[in-house]
Design a protein around this ligand. Structure first.
Ligand code: SF4
Length: 514
């Protein structure tokens, strides 16, 4: 079991820090399709740089560990209880080593266990089979994309697409709608797994199972193969693009599975995964516990260092938005000059704040003067050295919309001038930005290594009792790049892209599959 535990540790570290070859190729294809100088091209260049840095530093690609999920097939006679214990020890060790963020919290108290262990965490599912080896697959699927999963019960009415019936064409409409409703909030461009049939839980299970297929495989079911091809060809016409900035690529992969159902129910379940598609697998020798083979590694690899060189040449002439350097703290005048589409490069101090802090600040004072300051929606991976000094291991943005009920009020209460996050915010925040003089900046979701590199020092921390991801970290940054997507003049790029993609969705209303 010692060797098996070591193998599981290797699998966890590799999954968290290095994207598999099939995913890398899909991202490189998207990058090649994007027009030089656009916001989408800039986002994809940042993503490529981030993948490269994660490779080099053996650090998490994204700060959001998600819910580690293991799917294991074992020959008869293998001790599953001992395997489970070994996996839990490997997870705790990887968390201690800064390869995973402590991400398991008590659902009722919110208390973080600190080691990624908890009731039902990690998820470990066993299945017996006739083969003589162990097959272990692991997926780290973050919250931003998990929250964009969706389930349809057919027949139903779909925004933009009308009636979706209980047939292949109805399924087609559900899948297109699933891509539309995710917008950029799940860190697009994404991959989707679709489960047709089952009950509600089996449908989602089947949808997630599809995420373990290789991006390049071909569905053996001819009808589903055609549907997968159709979705890949047409979903990108919605124009949502990387991070929802608009652009040529919205979807990187679509895999569809089917199972029987009962006559009364017809579910189509969709599991959405971000570009940071961290899933790997290994073949294990049941006698020794050693890794015999890594999965998803066939075919050509992408050298992102070379891709970046090419991008640098092409990006030398930006065609969209202005480029503005900001020094924090900010004045109202500075902020009111910013317009949607501007690319900002920030120097100075910013303060992280997520769900717990936003809720807390509604009824309490802030521990520091936030007047003119920048709040960063981020739950970083942090490590403390032997001298008690904190180091940032990964620090990309988290989904901002969760703070919608609080954000506007908090900005006005404390005089905050800018909020950085991903996926955009709603009408209440947009109104507050206009009234108060504030701006929303969209950072590149999942680019946790890129942003960690922009953080030059950790100047302090408050609310550590909320757990590492929820604490307020005081970070001094240099050249921190983000895009203005909501400004103080009532403009929102998110609103615009949602509206135009809904219009484009309507072109798919007519039946395609009889
Ligand atoms: S890339 Fe985005 S959606 Fe994916 S895990 Fe990271 S923050 Fe979450």
């Amino acid at each position: 079991m010692e060797k098996f535990q070591e193998s599981m540790y290797q699998l966890i570290v590799e999954t968290s820090t290095k994207l598999p070859k099939d995913v890398r190729r899909a991202i490189a294809r998207a990058k090649a399709r994007e027009n030089a100088g656009t916001r989408a091209a800039m986002a994809l260049t940042t993503i490529a740089g981030n993948i490269q840095m994660a490779d080099e530093n053996v650090s998490p690609i994204c700060q959001d560990t998600g819910l580690p999920t293991f799917k294991i097939k074992v020959p008869v006679g293998v001790n599953q209880i001992k395997m489970k214990e070994a996996i839990r020890r490997a997870i705790a060790q990887a968390t201690k080593d800064g390869k995973l963020r402590p991400n398991s919290v008590d659902s009722l108290t919110g208390e973080n266990s600190g080691d990624n262990l908890g009731d039902g965490v990690p998820v470990i599912k066993f299945e017996q089979w006739e083969n003589d080896y162990i097959d272990v697959r692991l997926i780290l699927k973050g919250g931003g994309c998990e929250n964009k999963n969706i389930q349809y019960s057919l027949p139903c009415e779909l925004e933009g697409l009308g009636r979706a019936g209980r047939d292949l064409d109805g399924i087609r409409k559900c899948i297109l709608h699933a891509v539309y409703q995710a917008q950029g909030q799940g860190c697009s461009a994404g991959f989707i797994g679709v489960g047709i049939g089952g009950d509600r839980s089996a449908g989602y299970e089947l949808a997630k199972e599809q995420l373990f297929r290789s991006v390049d495989d071909v569905n053996p079911n001819e009808e589903l193969r055609q549907l997968e091809d159709y979705i890949m060809e047409n979903a990108n016409k919605l124009g949502i693009g990387t991070m929802g900035f608009g652009g040529e690529t919205t979807l990187l992969g679509c895999k569809i599975g089917v199972m029987h159902r009962i006559p009364a129910s017809f579910f189509v379940s969709v599991a959405y995964n971000c570009w940071a598609f961290r899933r790997l697998g290994v073949k294990i020798d049941p006698e020794t516990g050693e890794i015999q083979e890594w999965f998803y590694q066939e075919g050509e690899d992408v050298d992102f260092a070379k891709e970046l060189e090419k991008a640098e040449e092409k990006q030398s002439i930006p065609t969209e938005g202005r480029e503005i350097v900001l020094e924090a703290p900010l004045t109202e005048e500075q902020v009111r000059q910013l317009k949607v589409g501007d690319v900002v490069r920030i120097n100075g101090t910013m303060y992280t704040g997520r769900d717990a802090i936003h809720k807390h600040l509604m009824d309490h004072d802030a521990p520091v003067d936030l007047n003119g300051q920048i709040i960063y929606h981020c739950g970083p991976v942090m490590l403390k050295d032997e001298n008690g000094k904190w180091h940032v291991k990964a620090a990309g943005p988290t989904t901002s919309i969760r703070e919608e009920p609080y954000q506007g009020d908090i900005m006005k209460k404390f005089g905050i001038r800018a909020v950085i996050g991903k996926g955009g915010m709603g009408a209440k925040t947009l109104a507050a930005l206009k009234e108060h003089g504030g701006v929303y900046l969209n950072a590149i979701g999942g680019a946790a290594q890129y942003y960690a590199d922009c953080i030059k020092s950790v100047e302090g921390v408050d609310f550590l009792e909320f757990g590492i991801p929820e604490a307020m970290w005081h970070l001094r940054v240099e050249n921190f790049t983000a895009v203005v997507t909501m400004d103080s003049h009532g403009n929102s790029l998110h609103e615009d892209v949602e509206k135009s993609s809904l219009e484009k969705l309507a072109q798919f209303k007519e039946p395609v599959f009889k």
